[in-house]
Design a protein around this ligand. Structure first.
Ligand code: NAD
Ligand code: DAU
Length: 353
């Protein structure tokens, strides 16, 4: 048996592939375009593993995907591939439309053509698992209940709008063609291999470099932090036992303001890697211009996946952030390898002021 994983050289995709190969003998074909966010170093440890085959390519390249499906005959396709950074989608939405909408559409078309003529049992057992986000639900007021699976879609950024569009396509392929799809909506992930454009790895990296720790606006925005290993476990469980056509929300039960997250990282670093001048890392915090259209609060109600699939997160924020900060301290060579010229151009543009 084989699964096809797209976006496998990115943060969550790579964690998923590494986790999968530690637990299963089932073969993984991984497909990634290797954009600025994709990094083969993330998959270095499985480079020579006979159960893993990496292919560089675009989910929107229909002939390539069709060939891969024909050659490897996977029992499931897991779609992690996406443009994923909200700030980049504000800076330039085009790539988000191309990959998240057009790319997902072409991938669905290739999968439909492969799945249609399969034998009855293979058709029934096949799964297309689409990894989406809580951001499609929009922003919550402080006292509002957390997002459940039936919450209305209200995407507010070009990124979340493009993910919402892809979710609708996935849903339509189930409703119209009967393709056995599963959609997951997770909250903010963090952990190893997180690209340092996102809040947590950016703050760790900037702190160690003695640079400002940029907090947008008043820093009181809330995210529900989910350790990436917990997310991988949830995806495995949905793949195994999720009901085709259903959606599952996955969250960490860890609502935190951005300022509290930054303070927690500073506290960890003060302990593990004190500044040479004896001062605290909190001195580096800089409140800067807010993100346009910044969503105030996300929170996930993960009761369905807990009730129906018996999944719940294992990590608390304290245990997850401790593992994460340690991983970054121990993997400085990885950080240096991903903070390439293109990364530095983005940082200069985004944080110029
Ligand atoms: P990431 O940006 O770290 O990785 C995305 C990967 O997709 C990269 O390896 C990139 O090279 C690849 N990719 C981009 N365009 C491609 C294309 N056209 N064809 C093939 N590969 C392509 O993103 P991530 O944080 O790992 O997120 C993975 C998925 O999870 C995304 O769909 C994202 O929307 C979703 N998600 C992420 C989070 C989070 O907190 N990181 C939360 C909710 C949902
Ligand atoms: O909620 C799920 C989403 O989480 C995913 O769908 C996205 O792919 C993922 O990137 C993430 O989006 P966010 O915008 O929430 O993550 P980010 O790490 O960019 O920002 C987290 C919070 O921190 C957000 O409120 C913006 C703020 N922030 C971010 C950066 C990069 C800052 O205050 N300063 C910064 O420099």
């Amino acid at each position: 048996m084989t699964i096809l994983v797209t976006g496998s050289a990115g943060f969550i995709g790579a964690n998923f592939v590494l986790d999968w190969l530690q637990r299963h003998d089932e073969k993984v074909v991984s497909l990634d375009k290797l954009t600025y966010a994709g990094n083969l170093r993330n998959l270095e440890s499985v480079k020579d593993d006979a159960r893993h085959r990496f292919v560089r390519g675009d989910i929107g390249d229909n002939p390539l995907v069709a060939d891969l499906l024909k050659e490897h005959r996977p029992r499931a396709v897991l779609n992690f591939a996406a443009e994923s950074h909200v700030d980049r989608s504000i800076d330039g939405p085009e790539d988000f439309i191309q990959t998240n909408i057009v790319g997902t559409f072409r991938l669905l078309e290739a999968v439909r053509a492969y799945w249609n003529p399969l034998a009855e049992e293979e058709r029934r057992n096949f799964r297309f698992l689409h990894v989406s986000t809580d951001e499609v639900y929009g922003s919550l007021t402080p006292a509002a209940p957390a997002f459940c699976e039936t919450h209305r879609y209200q995407p507010n950024s070009p990124y979340s709008a493009s993910k919402a569009a892809s979710d609708h396509l996935v849903r339509a392929y189930h409703h119209t063609y009967g393709l056995p799809v599963l959609t997951t909506h997770c909250s903010n992930n963090y952990g190893p291999y997180h690209f340092p454009e996102k809040l947590i790895p950016l703050v760790i990296n900037n702190a160690l470099l003695g640079k400002p720790l940029p907090v947008y606006g008043d820093g009181q925005q809330i995210r529900d932090w989910l350790y990436v290993g917990d997310h991988c476990g949830a995806i495995r469980r949905v793949l195994e036992a999720g009901r085709p056509g259903e959606t599952y929300n996955i969250g960490g039960n860890n609502e935190k303001t951005n300022v509290d997250v930054v303070h927690a990282i500073c506290g960890m670093l003060d302990e593990l890697r004190p500044r040479p001048d004896g001062k605290g890392y909190r001195d580096q915090i800089a409140f800067i211009k807010d993100r346009p259209g910044h969503d105030r609060r996300y929170a996930i109600d993960a009761s369905r996946i807990q009730r129906e699939l018996d999944w719940k997160p294992r990590e608390t924020f304290d245990s997850g952030i401790a593992k994460t900060v340690r991983w970054y301290l121990d993997n400085q060579a990885w950080v240096q390898s991903v903070t390439s010229g293109a990364y530095r151009d983005w940082m200069d543009r985004q944080y110029r002021e």
